[in-house]
Design a binder for this molecule. Structure first.
Ligand code: KG4
Ligand code: ZN
Length: 334
């Protein structure tokens, strides 16, 4: 079974063809990073207009790269939320139009679940139940993936998402957008490595908080004699990685899971990957960096697990910008 996955929830217009939820036939990503660099972050309306321009060429490229015609596609999957409303509307309606025109079923997908399912795009698949840590620009979520593949939310951010914290601190340090990769590169050049920044443990909870850490960096940057920027970047990265890896490991122990799954843009972070591997009590799964940041393949992979919930494209469907678990659409009876 081949599913075309379409993703447009934030600043990447992406499409991919995935076979049986596992095998990547193509993966095309048009990033809007350059467009948003000037403003130092995503401007929703600008993002939505850019999705509109990129979507058709990206879908065409994904089919061509997979050597597929429309007859080779069994369903179209699309991100229904969470994400930027205008950006989601573009992807969802393009997917509906394509599905309607080609007589294909449609599978609306939760973006967070998509990130987690990127771990299935591999030779072997994770053993369930699993503890998933989803860390992206918009989300920090600790989820329990049950044996039947359903998700239970254990906790998440109370303020800034992990990626958002990376982006904001990078800005304070005069680095470009998105801030994660340049901040991490700067941190790697630190030599003293003695600076310590606060960690919000929120003991007894699976929640996280990074706004206090962000303020600590701001105060340090504005102090009369600030430490070198590389030292600040290093201490910031250590603080975030320490809290995330420790919280994931403790939740994994408590829930007696069989594996730990990393996902989302920040899962591309080298230090986080290293520390989660070191600290986890069970085997760790993490997608290659290109499948950590937003992509269409993860949406197609998640849709494969929800094939029974496919709907006709003319069914009433809506975006879910903030709702974590979308209400089930009426399944297509065949
Ligand atoms: O998953 P994603 O592509 O988009 C959302 O769903 O939000 O994640 C993007 C986020 C950005 O905040 C970016 O700075 C962060 O992931 N990121 C990183 C790294 N690569 C991307 N953060 C830390 N280290 C990285 N290497
Ligand atoms: Zn994402």
């Amino acid at each position: 079974m081949r599913i075309l996955g379409i993703e447009s929830s934030c600043d990447e217009t992406a499409a991919a063809v995935v076979e049986d939820g596992r095998r990547l036939l193509s993966n095309v990503i048009a990033s809007q990073t350059e467009l948003h660099r000037e403003t130092g972050g995503v401007v929703p309306e600008v993002a939505a207009r850019a999705h509109l321009r990129a979507l058709v060429p990206v879908v065409r490229a994904a089919l061509a790269e997979a050597s597929c015609g429309w007859d080779d596609i069994d369903a179209i999957a699309v991100t229904a939320g969470p994400g930027l409303p205008g950006a989601l509307v573009v992807g969802l309606n393009a997917a509906r139009g394509l599905a309607y025109g080609r007589g294909l079923p449609l599978i609306p997908v939760d973006h967070i679940e998509g990130h987690v399912r990127a771990n299935w795009l591999a030779e072997t698949v994770p053993e369930l139940p699993a503890l998933a840590l989803v860390v992206s620009g918009g989300h920090t979520e600790l989820l329990l993936v049950e044996e039947d593949g359903s998700f239970t939310r254990l906790g998440g951010t109370r303020d800034d998402a992990a990626g958002e914290a990376f982006d904001k601190v990078a800005r304070l340090l005069g680095l470009g957008y998105p801030g994660g990769p340049p901040l991490s590169a700067l941190a790697a050049t630190a030599t003293a490595r003695t600076l310590s920044l606060p960690r919000a443990w929120l003991r007894g909870s699976d929640d996280t908080s990074f706004s206090g850490l962000k303020t600590a960096v701001l105060q340090l940057v504005q102090s009369p004699n600030p430490p070198p920027r590389a030292e600040i970047a290093w201490a910031f990265e250590e603080s975030v990685v320490d809290v995330l890896s420790e919280k994931a490991a403790r939740a994994a122990e408590r829930e007696s899971v069989a594996s730990v799954l990393l996902a989302g843009g920040v899962a591309a972070n080298h230090r986080l990957r290293e520390r989660v591997l070191e600290r986890s009590p069970v085997s760790v799964w993490m997608p290659p960096p290109i499948l950590c940041t937003d992509n269409g393949a993860m949406i197609a992979a998640a849709a494969f697990a929800h094939f029974d919930e496919r709907v006709r494209p003319e069914a009433p469907l809506d975006i879910h910008p903030t709702v974590k678990r979308r209400p089930p659409a009426k399944p297509l009876r065949q």
